[in-house]
Design a binder for this molecule. Structure first.
Ligand code: ADP
Length: 361
């Protein structure tokens, strides 16, 4: 590739963005942390629901299934998206097809192979607003894996289901799946109202309800999910200076305000469901291109570019606007502002030099 070429993907991005591989890498990373730094450190990776790959881990799954009878599980095809092929179950007989495959010989398996799925503990106690379940879509831009350099976007949104949450109807996808692609087919879907809240609105709502300290600590835990999940694949992803990746993270909150990582998308939807959504996605793309910086307008030392804040640069990045001497190391505030004001226009005006011949505005 010529020096100036940039590609929006790392070659094996699927290590983080395919459901089974993400969990495999996270499990391996957790083991590594336990060995190197002990249980407490490894516990910082306990943010993904218990997951098994089927058919290959069918027997392990059955052991776990029997240990906690009555629980609800969710089956998801490893490489599909938009909620396609997903279903919930409570009985082993509902996933018989995957059992058969696990006991076949290699040749037999080739002939009638069933699709790979993950079977995952269903979060039965999601945080509800107006009785409805939602998950968060957050954007992270990675411009290098070695060293790891990751940026967090201030905007994002919560995607709500249109039907009140209940565990008595596990077959109703409008209750359990918050994908916009699913929800917009609901009979009572109102395209005017949509099913999204800006993440700023959600942060304000949570702060009013639970206080700023609780919400700060929730968002800190969400930051931890981003950093640990990227670290789990840091040595696996083929690093290349021409590549970058704009990830769409899906995070679910439970009633105890614990955030769970549901999945990471390599090609997050850029389809807009409203004017507000359209504008947000334009800002996101504009700022992504500012950081990719094909025009050479940045110094490379920036901690903020438009709506993106540098979250990790071969180590944690801290805010400039605090007196670090008065604080202990453990409470250095991270340079992350998810759901905070995104005054990007002002910041970009100060940051970017005008192009040659362009008048400064
Ligand atoms: P897809 O790639 O098809 O969008 P996801 O893994 O993102 O698949 O799941 C789709 C939706 O299903 C999520 O947005 C979430 O609402 C719900 N969901 C997925 N996994 C779980 C889980 N373990 N517990 C509760 N809800 C889940």
């Amino acid at each position: 590739m010529e020096e100036h070429v940039r590609i929006c993907h790392f070659r094996n991005h699927y290590e983080l963005t395919r459901k089974n591989l993400m969990v495999k890498n996270l499990k391996r990373y957790r083991k590594f942390l336990e060995r190197e730094s002990g249980r407490l450190e490894a516990a910082k990776c306990d943010f993904f629901p218990r997951t098994f790959e089927l058919p290959s881990e069918y027997h392990l799954f059955v052991e776990e299934f029997k240990r906690s009878p009555g629980n609800t599980w969710i089956m998801k095809p490893v490489a599909r998206s938009q909620g396609k092929g997903i279903f919930l179950f409570r009985k082993l007989k509902d996933i018989m097809d995957w059992k058969k495959d696990g006991t076949r010989s290699e040749e037999q398996r080739d002939e009638t192979q069933v699709e790979s799925y993950v079977s995952q503990r269903y979060i039965e106690n999601p945080y509800l607003i107006s009785g409805r379940k939602f998950d968060l879509r957050v954007y992270i831009l990675v411009t290098s894996y070695i060293p790891l350099k990751a940026w967090l976007y201030r905007d994002g949104f919560a995607r709500f289901s249109s039907t009140r949450f209940s565990l008595s109807s596990i077959d109703d996808q409008y209750v359990h799946l918050t994908n916009v692609a699913v929800q917009k087919t609901a009979p009572d879907y109102d395209p005017e109202k949509g099913c999204k809240w800006e993440i700023q609105k959600l942060r304000r709502y949570l702060t009013a309800k639970h206080g700023s300290e609780t919400v700060e600590s929730l968002f800190k835990e969400i930051d931890n999910i981003f950093v640990r999940s990227l670290q789990s694949v840091q040595k696996v992803i083929i690093n290349d200076k021409h590549c970058f990746e704009l990830y769409g993270y899906d995070i679910l909150l439970d009633q105890d305000l614990k955030p769970w990582l549901i999945e990471v998308n390599a090609s997050p939807s850029l389809t807009a469901s409203s004017q507000e959504d359209y504008e947000m996605k334009c800002r996101l793309l504009d700022d992504t291109l500012h950081i990719v910086d094909m025009e050479g307008r940045l110094t490379g030392r920036e901690k903020r570019v438009g709506g993106f804040d540098l979250m990790w640069n071969d180590g944690p990045v801290y805010r400039d606007d605090v007196n670090l001497e008065t604080l202990g190391v453990s409470c250095f505030p991270a340079n992350t502002h998810l759901g905070c004001i995104n005054d990007r226009d002002k910041q970009l005006r100060q940051l970017l030099k005008p192009f040659p011949g362009q008048k400064k505005t």
